[in-house]
Design a protein around this ligand. Structure first.
Ligand SMILES: [Zn+2]
Length: 598
């Protein structure tokens, strides 16, 4: 990227630029290729120029400071450059230099906010009628065009309906809905995007380097966050910080100037919410409030954080994580392991409501505390649907989960390493000793042989079953491509994932995809089943699949002695608590054992 550094008049050429606009002006893009984050607009304009398919009027739409007037000016240069019309204006001819200075007679720049009357537009119509003095086109740039009065729009419309061949209009607006449809329909419209945070960070880093200012990475991110996708705001902020702090800027400086909360504090708050750590929440909010942070802003930033968490939970394509830096992604991925979509959605719901009420709240701190406690509960509360499924699974699984079994609901991340369970750890799952009556709808005569038979059927029909699941949960198909059934018993089906895909398994542990799979398996086996996942190394996987029926037989032997219902009799609550399945339930519902009923 190359930037021409030099003095230019401020926007609209009114000469009252404030001091802090210095950097933004110095770094104003001079060529289409210099424009940050608007590739879709720039490419279309370049193509139009090169193929000589130019409209009479263009409308650039987008929030403030993201490059609307910059693009309009570059476009004007491109059309009137001595070497043009060209997609790459030279920047050195009289036209190019004058347009940049705002002194070119063929390019008129008007601020719609202060020249919004019908008289001004009539004058403009007169001016436009005359042929250009130097270049091929007479170009009118109207910024904030939505500010024109109705009469002014009507006057403008007359020109737009029958424009002289040499006339071009470039309009910029933040509020396109205020422009009459009759005008809109005569413009080629371009919607500019908020500039992604990483691109703003990158630009600020370049500027810092050129200005010989050292800025740490979190400080850059904080500036970009504060600018909310507006490059000009980010540049102005950097200017302000340089005059405030000199040539070494830290995150703390940025935060104190803008009342923002440190990324680490935001993430700590999110951690406390996800972990249900209410004392932690109260302490963190207290610290932030005491240090004068903008709590309203904090809620918005927390919403963004959980929105990002939702993206990470649901979108695999890194390209769609666009707005997130690597450091943010790392934290979000970690937090995604502790959450799921429905919980994150509940949290966003609570925060949205809180943000609404905050504007009118007498004590923002109290409101924030209450809201985050509700979030923490939303994060840890289990939905009724989940409870039903889990209870079902537990009922089926109580008798067959001897200590040391690696296969249990939601394998802890720590065990999901490359070493994965081997055939030996898979075996106990195949052993079914729960009384059949415990399992809803299970055939009383179900035997190990029957399960083995079912597993063979399942493996045979696996492909069709995956298709069925994909109809209800589209994403599930891709994830299941690397999974296969390895064991069946009264209440569950165990699927093995290749050890190389631990993240795939993780994604399946909760949510809609899993439910869809459980329904499909339940329909296939004609009884309600839960799905458990194991990671296995490639070779044992094949081995396990091939020998599962034998494994079932072999495993059936030790349980023949009747370790099932009989074995459970007389266990104390303490002993029960050590049982993995029970332990899981206690953990799930955050409970303790009060009584054991046989
Ligand atoms: Zn030129």
């Amino acid at each position: 990227m190359a930037y021409k550094r030099g003095g230019f008049l401020s926007e609209k050429g009114n000469g009252d630029a404030m001091a802090y606009e210095v950097l933004a002006r110095k770094w104003r893009p001079q060529k289409f290729d210099d424009v940050v984050g608007q590739d879709h607009v720039v490419q279309t304009l370049k193509n139009a120029i090169e193929s000589k398919r130019l409209a009479h009027a263009y409308l650039f739409v987008g929030s403030r400071g993201i490059g609307k007037t910059s693009i309009a000016r570059i476009f004007a240069r491109a059309l009137n450059c001595k070497k043009g019309p060209t997609a790459t204006p030279c920047g050195t001819c009289d036209s190019c230099i004058e347009i940049a200075k705002g002194t070119n007679l063929d390019v008129l720049e008007i601020d719609g906010a202060s020249n919004n009357g019908v008289d001004q537009v009539r004058d403009l119509r007169e001016t436009v009628r005359y042929a250009p003095t130097h270049g091929p086109f007479k170009i009118t740039i109207i910024d904030e065009v939505h500010m024109l009065s109705t009469a002014a729009f009507n006057a403008l419309l007359k020109t737009l309906e029958e424009p002289p061949a040499h006339a071009k209009f470039f309009f910029a607006t933040t509020e396109p809905q205020k422009i009459p449809a009759t005008v809109l329909s005569r413009c080629q419209r371009f919607d500019l995007r908020r500039i992604p945070t990483p691109q703003i960070v990158e630009r600020l880093r370049l500027m810092g380097k050129a200005e010989k200012v050292s800025i740490d990475e979190d400080a850059l991110l904080a500036i970009a966050r504060g600018a909310e996708g507006g490059l000009r705001d980010a540049q102005s902020a950097l200017d302000q910080l340089i005059s405030f702090r000199g040539n070494a800027i830290t995150e703390a400086d940025v935060l104190s100037v803008f009342g923002l909360v440190a990324r680490a504090s935001l993430e700590a708050l999110a951690d406390a919410v996800l972990g249900g750590d209410i004392p932690g929440l109260i302490r963190l909010i207290g610290e932030l409030d005491d240090s004068g942070k903008d709590l309203q802003r904090l809620v918005v930033e927390l919403m963004e954080h959980f929105r990002n968490l939702l993206v990470v939970l649901n979108v695999d394509t890194p390209a769609l994580h666009g707005d997130l830096t690597d450091a943010q992604l790392e934290v979000l991925r970690r937090q995604a392991g502790r959450s799921d979509t429905s919980r994150a959605l509940r949290i966003v719901g609570v925060l949205t409501e809180a943000e609404d009420r905050m504007k009118f709240a007498l004590s923002r701190r109290t409101l924030l505390e209450t809201a985050l406690i509700r979030c923490a509960r939303a994060a840890t509360v289990v939905s009724l649907e989940e409870i039903l499924i889990q209870i079902q699974a537990l009922r089926a699984g109580l008798g067959n989960a001897p200590a040391g079994v690696a296969v249990a609901a939601g394998i802890p991340a720590g065990t999901a390493g490359s070493s994965g369970p081997t055939l030996a750890t898979l075996r106990p799952v195949v052993r079914e000793s729960a009384p059949a009556a415990l399992v809803a709808g299970a055939a009383p005569a179900a035997t190990q042989e029957a399960y083995a038979e079912e597993l063979r059927d399942l493996m045979r029909e696996w492909k069709a079953l995956k298709e069925k699941v994909a109809k209800q949960a589209v994403q599930a198909k891709a994830i299941l491509a690397d999974a296969r059934p390895v064991a069946v018993d009264a209440g569950r089906v165990v699927l093995a994932f290749d050890a190389e895909f631990p993240q795939e398994m993780k994604r399946f542990e909760t949510g809609r995809d899993r439910l869809a799979l459980e329904y499909a398996l339940g329909a296939f086996l004609k009884r309600k089943v839960k799905v458990d996942f194991v990671l296995v190394a490639r070779d044992p996987l094949a081995e396990a699949a091939a020998s599962a029926p034998e494994a079932a037989k072999a495993a059936a032997a030790p349980s023949a002695g009747g370790s099932g219902a009989a074995g459970r009799k007389g266990k104390s609550p303490q002993e029960w608590a050590k049982d993995p399945a029970v332990n899981k339930a206690l953990e799930m519902f955050n409970g303790t054992i009060l009584d054991v009923r046989e």
